[in-house]
Design a protein. Structure first.
Length: 426
């Protein structure tokens, strides 16, 4: 009811307990971006919104921006709506609140983000069903899936076979159409209205190239897409958004209000102003301006990650080729590595790696199989990050995200030395 009438022309809002804007302490706000651009919040109405509750789906101009971005990039074939959250993990938590009951099954990758497991799925009483992935495709042939009996099991398997998952992180250095072909062929067997893979790329936003997505292929309103500014503009803003069917978004908005009264109003207003002032490439239409500026920014971010990914790959080849194997990094800021030695186990070698001055994340940290965790099954995998930043005084130590690529090379050198000692002094 608050959201329905708040801000409506001609309606006196005597129904809601909003503090008067005259009591807010800040009248203007000024910030400067890394490239020297000045971001000004000096409009009285804008500052009032930034310090007030924002009900419903979020700050209206920012919601409109996100809706336009999703429509332009993904061209959904069914009606969708957008609601803002405090980031991706918050979105997952509120979605589980809306859609799941204690005791329900949830399918996850066999290696799953531990934060979601430990803070959402397990506390909310969900039964975890880990499934394997091979080359970004979900595998449902194993006994772990068919050994369980639950409603709609066959239909769920068929749905996953028809609509295979797209790559997890879309901050790619380059986008490939092969994934679109893999998704499009089986989906077309059921419906004849799936777009061709080539047209699924976001070629309408200059500088922005994304792989095909579920949202592009959805014809039933079943797809829920979660986006976040965390890896784009910064996690400290605590902002992300969900794109889904209007009916679900309405329920999700209520769940978010009950959970935290909505994400930060200041962050929403500030980031909207920032997005409006991103440099627009020459030749972009006036209507496409803000999205074109965002596309160019994301393109530069992809180049940044690609440079670091190449440095990590080169260092791995130099120092780890005899000890481990890995796949080419295609997206994001992480590199998964598998030890070659038969029976190799991160439980046994982790101390040696730390003694060599390197911090890594063992693969078993991400296991979704509770029994494997309890039994401490051998795990030859570990994850490295080459994207995060470190303090300047850590440059002599090891951090894949420090400001120099030489630190990446030094990190892999130390890693190779530690793994070599654990393997027998190679």
């Amino acid at each position: 009811m608050v959201a329905k009438f708040h801000g409506h022309p001609g309606i006196l809002t005597l129904h809601v307990g909003l503090p008067p804007p005259q009591t807010f302490p800040l009248s203007t706000l000024s910030a400067t971006t890394a490239d020297g651009t000045s971001i000004q919040l000096c409009n009285a109405a804008q500052m009032a919104v930034a310090q007030q509750y924002i009900f419903s789906t979020g700050y209206v101009p920012l919601v409109s921006w996100a809706r336009e971005l999703m429509t332009t990039c993904h061209k959904p074939q069914v009606p969708t709506e957008v609601v803002f959250t405090n980031g991706a993990v918050h979105a997952i938590s509120c979605l589980i609140t809306c859609l799941a009951d204690r005791g329900d099954f949830i399918l996850v990758d066999e290696h799953t983000f531990s934060h979601a497991m430990e803070c959402i799925f397990i506390p909310k009483g969900l039964k975890i069903l880990p499934v394997a992935q091979r080359n970004n495709l979900i595998v449902l042939e194993d006994d772990a899936y068919w050994g369980l009996q639950f409603p709609h099991q066959q239909q769920l398997a068929s749905a996953y076979q028809q609509q295979q998952a797209t790559p997890h992180q879309q901050q790619q250095a380059s986008s490939r159409s092969e994934r679109g072909e893999e998704v499009e062929k089986p989906a077309s067997s059921e419906r004849g209205e799936v777009e061709k893979p080539g047209s699924l790329k976001s070629e309408t936003v200059p500088g922005l190239q994304l792989p095909p997505s579920f949202l592009s292929l959805d014809t039933d309103g079943r797809v829920i897409r979660i986006d976040t500014f965390a890896k784009l503009l910064g996690p400290g803003y605590r902002l992300g958004w969900v794109t889904a069917s209007p009916q679900l978004v309405k329920k999700l908005a209520a769940a978010i209000q009950a959970n935290c009264a909505g994400p930060s109003s200041f962050s929403q207003v500030l980031l909207y102003q920032l997005l409006q002032q991103l440099p627009v490439p020459s030749g972009a239409s006036q209507e496409m301006g803000p999205l074109a500026g965002f596309g160019t920014f994301v393109g530069s971010l992809q180049t940044h990650y690609a440079t670091r990914a190449k440095a990590a790959a080169d260092a791995a080849k130099e120092h780890l080729s005899d000890l481990a194997e890995w796949d080419e990094v295609e997206a994001g800021m992480f590199m998964w590595i598998k030890l070659k030695r038969p029976g190799a186990d991160l439980y046994e070698v982790l101390d040696r790696v730390v003694d060599a001055g390197v911090a890594i994340v063992p693969g078993f940290t991400f296991w979704a199989d509770a029994e494997a965790v309890r039994n401490k099954d051998a795990c030859p995998y570990f994850r490295l990050s080459f994207g995060s930043h470190s303090q300047a005084d850590m440059r002599e130590g090891f951090s894949f995200g420090s400001h120099s690529e030489s630190d990446i090379r030094e990190g892999f050198r130390r890693l190779g030395a530690g793994l070599g000692q654990a393997a027998g002094g190679k």
